[in-house]
Design a protein around this ligand. Structure first.
Ligand SMILES: Nc1ncnc2c1ncn2[C@@H]1O[C@H](COP(=O)(O)OP(=O)(O)OP(=O)(O)O)[C@@H](O)[C@H]1O
Ligand SMILES: [Mg+2]
Length: 112
């Protein structure tokens, strides 16, 4: 099992969820986060006043899947979340040792 964690633009959430559901994925987590990438310290202008925005609001979406789904999931994320402009986000992939469905006590693949 792998956890696919992606940091995306908040406005891309709906598109991403629709794309991911096409893969028959049964659960996911969403967290509001703030962070920065390569363009740290960039400026924004609000009512003519330029100010520094160090942290950008993004969404973190975490999905645990069977290994055979990882490639398709990454493709779906790329097609849903990419604009081609800076700030599109990142995808991080982690190995998951174990999963347990509490209700049934199922473990591993059966639990996700
Ligand atoms: N190395 C990293 N580790 C953890 N989180 C990161 C990392 N890089 C980016 N992020 C998170 O992803 C968000 C979006 O990053 P972003 O897409 O701007 O990356 P980038 O490397 O600057 O790429 P780009 O040049 O396309 O903007 C950041 O605001 C931050 O929350
Ligand atoms: Mg950036």
């Amino acid at each position: 099992m792998k956890k696919v964690e992606c940091i995306i633009r908040p406005e891309k959430l709906e598109e991403l969820v629709v794309a991911v559901e096409q893969l028959g994925i049964s659960g996911l987590n969403i967290t509001q986060i703030a962070g920065y990438g390569n363009q740290k310290g960039q400026t924004d202008t609000y009512r003519g006043v330029e100010y520094e925005v160090k942290f950008k609001e993004k969404l973190k979406v975490e999905i645990v899947v069977d290994e055979e789904k990882v490639e398709d999931l990454v493709d779906k994320i790329l097609s849903a979340a990419r604009t081609g402009e800076v700030g599109d986000g990142k995808i991080f992939i982690y190995s998951i040792e174990e999963a347990v469905r509490i209700r049934t006590k199922e473990v591993g693949k059966e639990a996700i």
